[in-house]
Design a binder for this molecule. Structure first.
Ligand SMILES: Cc1cc2nc3c(=O)[nH]c(=O)nc-3n(C[C@H](O)[C@H](O)[C@H](O)COP(=O)(O)OP(=O)(O)OC[C@H]3O[C@@H](n4cnc5c(N)ncnc54)[C@H](O)[C@@H]3O)c2cc1C
Length: 496
């Protein structure tokens, strides 16, 4: 193993992954290490990736980003969750709302009491007790740490933003933090003949960029990690069957809603991402069931408002790179793998990858133990998210198309089939180590698409029927009161 100290980091690629990587590395490592980012205006970026999840707030804070500046610069809106339409049966709708729901008791979470209330015949919807869902469905938003007058958690939120403006925002920040940007197309990756490590990148314009550590952020191309080092790919297309997307932008919504919509169609699903100045739309589909032309027709038929761009088709393969750190190359972003955008996890994975790289950073030359640890942590993180995304496909109840019937019939990873069976029978759900998604996220998808579990935790019987009734009434009153006092999402954005 090469033992040179890392003095120069070269980031290949300037999409969202490249600039997020550069911004955190330069913020944390300061001027002690030279950071160079190579990007090519001629190649451009993938140009999608506009919905995020709540941990982005902590990440932006770590970069010292002012929220108002960020919202203004990226035309961002607030995201309180994802509304899934037609994912259970045709006509069904539920939300994976961020934040917790109801009030958890020691050893017995709220949903057990709610399941009991259903068995008692109390008419209510699980999301009556979700502050995020109620705010989203009334187009409201306010920053609330707690549900008013209680210590129950308040609003949890993320953003929708313009991906190219976000990359620009971060590149300005990087300039101030000393990152050197080099424009040019990488035409060759030069390997050291002894160690097999990457020595330098040869650009078409004649420049040769040398480094000690290389971060492959070249997107689906995977120029260093795959095209040069051939590290292999764990293909998940038998579980995540969609392999293409059509993306198109349209006029802004009126009003601008504070949530993403995910609408299931016959052979895939459509996203609607509301930004301040326009709307991002797209259809994720399986080429086994739909041609590109059919997909374009379908998405255009389901868009309200004027089109602002021509539809663009993007092909991809779901899965992950088998080694995300190999020799002196770490891959981050689409070069590392891709799930599909269903739960907006890819930008988050870029952020956790950079944090992980910093935690495993080689201060005295690259050690294979650090590489192994990094790869192991990444594998676990990816596989937990993979299961959560497969869950949506597996739990559909649609009989109107072969695509959905096939998804329902598919064998899923054992880790997932266990979770589904446990919840169905007992109402219990547990967060595994390295699980990004908390119990409440799993519960919402399982309740939203799979239905109410057969049983609840016996501790829910410690409350009498009338106490259960009072609990449900008082929680709903608290949520409704808080939402009634919030400003509209649009008013919040106007003030930002
Ligand atoms: C359809 C779709 C929808 C998505 N929606 C979401 C979402 O809602 N939320 C989310 O979190 N994520 C989403 N993603 C993922 C998200 O788009 C990516 O994770 C994110 O944009 C990062 O991409 P990237 O920087 O890895 O790749 P890219 O944006 O493709 O950037 C690659 C960079 O490498 C450069 N490059 C490539 N080859 C060379 C070369 N030879 N020489 C020099 N430079 C080169 C390019 O110029 C570019 O700068 C979506 C992805 C797809 C496909």
């Amino acid at each position: 193993m090469k033992t040179n100290k890392i003095n120069r980091i070269v980031i290949a690629g300037g999409g969202t992954a490249g600039w997020i990587t550069a911004s955190l590395l330069s913020k944390v490592l300061g001027q002690s290490i030279k950071i160079i980012l190579i990007e090519s205006d001629k190649i451009g970026t993938i140009g999608v990736g506009e919905a995020t999840i709540p941990p982005i707030i902590a990440f932006n804070n770590a970069l010292g980003i002012n929220e108002k500046d960020f919202i203004k610069a990226t035309n961002a809106t607030i995201k309180l969750g994802i509304q899934f339409e037609n994912w259970g049966k045709l006509g069904d709708s539920y939300m994976h709302a961020f934040g917790d729901i109801g009030k958890n008791f020691p050893f017995c979470e709220f949903h057990h009491f709610w399941v009991k209330s259903q068995q008692m015949g109390i008419p209510s919807n699980f999301w009556d007790y979700s502050l995020n869902y109620q705010a989203a469905s009334h187009n409201k938003f306010a920053k609330l740490n707690n549900l008013e007058g209680t210590n129950l958690p308040g609003i949890s939120y993320a953003y929708h933003f313009d991906a190219s403006l976000y990359a620009k925002f971060l590149s300005d920040l990087c300039k101030k933090q000393g990152v050197e940007r080099v424009e040019g197309i990488i035409k060759q990756v030069n390997l050291n003949s002894d160690s097999g490590f990457v020595d330098s990148l040869q650009l078409e314009n004649g420049l040769k960029i040398e480094g000690d550590l290389f971060v492959d952020c070249t997107g689906l191309a995977g120029l260093l990690i795959e095209k040069t080092l051939s590290t292999g790919f764990d293909d998940w297309s038998h579980w995540l069957p969609c392999n293409r997307a059509v993306a198109v932008q349209s006029d802004r919504l009126d009003p601008v809603i504070p949530y993403t919509r995910s609408i299931a169609h016959d052979a895939g699903w459509q996203w609607q991402i509301p930004l301040k100045h326009r709307t991002g739309n797209g259809l994720v589909f399986s080429s086994k069931y739909l041609s590109d032309d059919q997909a374009i027709d379908l998405v255009l038929k389901n868009i309200d408002g004027k089109l602002l761009t021509q539809p663009r088709v993007i092909g991809y393969r779901t899965g992950r790179r088998l080694k995300q750190w190999h020799r002196n190359v770490v891959c981050i972003g689409l070069s590392a793998g891709f799930f599909e955008p269903l739960e907006s996890t890819n930008i988050h994975l870029i952020q956790t990858a950079v944090i992980r790289l910093l935690k495993n950073f080689s201060h005295n030359g690259i050690q294979h133990q650090e590489i192994d640890e990094y790869n192991n942590q990444t594998k676990n993180e990816y596989e937990r998210i993979r299961d959560f995304i497969i869950l949506h496909y597996k739990l559909n109840q649609r009989n109107d198309s072969d695509f959905w019937k096939e998804c329902r019939r598919m064998e899923v990873p054992q880790s997932l089939s266990h979770r589904i069976a446990l919840f169905k029978k007992t109402g219990k759900v547990f967060r595994e180590q390295d699980d990004l998604f908390t119990e409440i996220a799993w519960k919402q998808v399982m309740l939203g698409q799979g239905g109410i579990p057969l049983d609840y935790h016996p501790l829910a019987d410690t409350l009498t029927d009338s106490q259960i009734k009072d609990l449900m009434t008082s929680l709903k009153t608290l949520v409704d009161r808080s939402v009634s006092k919030m400003s509209t999402h649009e008013d919040f954005l106007l003030k930002e």
